[in-house]
Design a protein around this ligand. Sequence first.
Ligand SMILES: [Fe+2]
Length: 130
Amino acid sequence: MDSPYIEWSPAMELGHATVDRQHKQLFDLAASLVQDADHLRVMRTLATLSEYVVVHFRDEEQLLADIGYPGLEAHKQAHDAFRNRLARLYGNAGGMSLDSIAAEVRQLVNDWLANHILVADREYAAYLPA
Ligand SMILES: [Fe+2]
Protein backbone atom coordinates (compact mmCIF):
# COMPACT_ATOMS: atom_id res chain seq x y z
CA MET A 1 0.00 0.00 0.00
CA ASP A 2 2.99 2.28 0.17
CA SER A 3 2.82 3.63 -3.35
CA PRO A 4 4.45 7.05 -3.41
CA TYR A 5 1.94 9.59 -2.23
CA ILE A 6 1.46 12.49 -4.60
CA GLU A 7 1.68 15.82 -2.83
CA TRP A 8 0.48 19.16 -4.07
CA SER A 9 3.13 20.99 -6.05
CA PRO A 10 3.32 24.36 -7.80
CA ALA A 11 3.22 22.41 -11.10
CA MET A 12 -0.49 21.95 -10.37
CA GLU A 13 -1.20 25.68 -10.34
CA LEU A 14 -3.63 26.82 -13.00
CA GLY A 15 -3.14 30.52 -12.45
CA HIS A 16 -6.49 31.10 -10.77
CA ALA A 17 -5.93 32.12 -7.15
CA THR A 18 -9.14 30.68 -5.66
CA VAL A 19 -8.98 27.38 -7.54
CA ASP A 20 -5.28 26.94 -6.74
CA ARG A 21 -5.85 27.67 -3.05
CA GLN A 22 -8.73 25.18 -2.93
CA HIS A 23 -6.73 22.49 -4.73
CA LYS A 24 -3.90 22.88 -2.25
CA GLN A 25 -6.35 22.71 0.64
CA LEU A 26 -7.73 19.41 -0.71
CA PHE A 27 -4.23 17.94 -0.83
CA ASP A 28 -3.41 19.25 2.65
CA LEU A 29 -6.56 17.72 4.13
CA ALA A 30 -5.90 14.37 2.44
CA ALA A 31 -2.25 14.41 3.58
CA SER A 32 -3.17 15.11 7.20
CA LEU A 33 -5.76 12.34 7.02
CA VAL A 34 -3.41 9.58 5.86
CA GLN A 35 -0.91 10.46 8.61
CA ASP A 36 -3.44 10.51 11.43
CA ALA A 37 -3.56 7.61 13.89
CA ASP A 38 -6.81 8.64 15.59
CA HIS A 39 -9.92 7.06 14.07
CA LEU A 40 -12.34 9.69 15.32
CA ARG A 41 -10.18 12.52 14.03
CA VAL A 42 -9.77 10.73 10.70
CA MET A 43 -13.58 10.51 10.44
CA ARG A 44 -13.85 14.22 11.18
CA THR A 45 -11.18 15.10 8.61
CA LEU A 46 -12.90 12.86 6.09
CA ALA A 47 -16.15 14.76 6.71
CA THR A 48 -14.33 18.07 6.31
CA LEU A 49 -12.68 16.83 3.12
CA SER A 50 -16.05 15.67 1.73
CA GLU A 51 -17.63 19.04 2.48
CA TYR A 52 -14.68 20.90 1.04
CA VAL A 53 -14.84 18.85 -2.16
CA VAL A 54 -18.50 19.83 -2.53
CA VAL A 55 -17.65 23.51 -2.06
CA HIS A 56 -14.66 23.36 -4.40
CA PHE A 57 -16.49 21.54 -7.20
CA ARG A 58 -19.44 23.92 -6.88
CA ASP A 59 -17.12 26.95 -7.12
CA GLU A 60 -15.19 25.44 -10.02
CA GLU A 61 -18.35 24.52 -11.94
CA GLN A 62 -19.69 28.03 -11.42
CA LEU A 63 -16.42 29.44 -12.75
CA LEU A 64 -16.61 27.17 -15.80
CA ALA A 65 -20.21 28.24 -16.42
CA ASP A 66 -19.19 31.90 -16.08
CA ILE A 67 -16.45 31.59 -18.70
CA GLY A 68 -18.67 29.51 -21.01
CA TYR A 69 -16.37 26.49 -20.93
CA PRO A 70 -17.59 24.03 -23.60
CA GLY A 71 -16.48 20.95 -21.63
CA LEU A 72 -18.55 21.84 -18.57
CA GLU A 73 -20.97 18.88 -18.70
CA ALA A 74 -18.24 16.26 -18.99
CA HIS A 75 -16.28 18.03 -16.27
CA LYS A 76 -19.32 17.97 -13.98
CA GLN A 77 -19.70 14.24 -14.55
CA ALA A 78 -16.10 13.67 -13.53
CA HIS A 79 -16.71 15.70 -10.37
CA ASP A 80 -19.87 13.70 -9.63
CA ALA A 81 -17.98 10.43 -9.90
CA PHE A 82 -15.32 11.60 -7.45
CA ARG A 83 -17.86 13.06 -5.04
CA ASN A 84 -19.69 9.72 -5.03
CA ARG A 85 -16.52 7.72 -4.43
CA LEU A 86 -15.61 9.97 -1.51
CA ALA A 87 -19.14 9.79 -0.08
CA ARG A 88 -19.02 5.99 -0.31
CA LEU A 89 -15.68 5.94 1.49
CA TYR A 90 -17.03 8.20 4.21
CA GLY A 91 -20.08 5.97 4.56
CA ASN A 92 -17.89 2.88 5.02
CA ALA A 93 -15.00 4.42 6.95
CA GLY A 94 -16.56 3.94 10.39
CA GLY A 95 -16.02 0.19 10.05
CA MET A 96 -12.67 0.33 8.27
CA SER A 97 -9.16 0.15 9.65
CA LEU A 98 -7.04 3.30 9.48
CA ASP A 99 -4.72 1.54 7.05
CA SER A 100 -7.60 0.75 4.71
CA ILE A 101 -8.94 4.30 4.90
CA ALA A 102 -5.47 5.73 4.24
CA ALA A 103 -4.99 3.34 1.32
CA GLU A 104 -8.28 4.45 -0.26
CA VAL A 105 -7.56 8.13 0.26
CA ARG A 106 -4.12 7.61 -1.24
CA GLN A 107 -5.71 5.96 -4.25
CA LEU A 108 -8.30 8.71 -4.65
CA VAL A 109 -5.61 11.38 -4.52
CA ASN A 110 -3.03 9.60 -6.68
CA ASP A 111 -5.32 8.06 -9.27
CA TRP A 112 -7.99 10.68 -9.48
CA LEU A 113 -7.31 14.07 -7.92
CA ALA A 114 -3.77 14.63 -9.13
CA ASN A 115 -4.67 13.39 -12.59
CA HIS A 116 -7.83 15.48 -12.73
CA ILE A 117 -5.98 18.67 -11.81
CA LEU A 118 -3.07 17.99 -14.17
CA VAL A 119 -5.23 16.99 -17.13
CA ALA A 120 -8.93 17.92 -16.98
CA ASP A 121 -8.53 21.15 -15.02
CA ARG A 122 -5.59 22.16 -17.17
CA GLU A 123 -7.87 21.94 -20.21
CA TYR A 124 -10.14 24.67 -18.90
CA ALA A 125 -7.23 26.84 -17.74
CA ALA A 126 -6.74 27.96 -21.35
CA TYR A 127 -10.25 29.47 -21.22
CA LEU A 128 -9.61 31.53 -18.10
CA PRO A 129 -9.42 35.27 -18.67
CA ALA A 130 -5.81 36.45 -18.57
FE1 LIG B 1 -12.23 19.97 -11.77
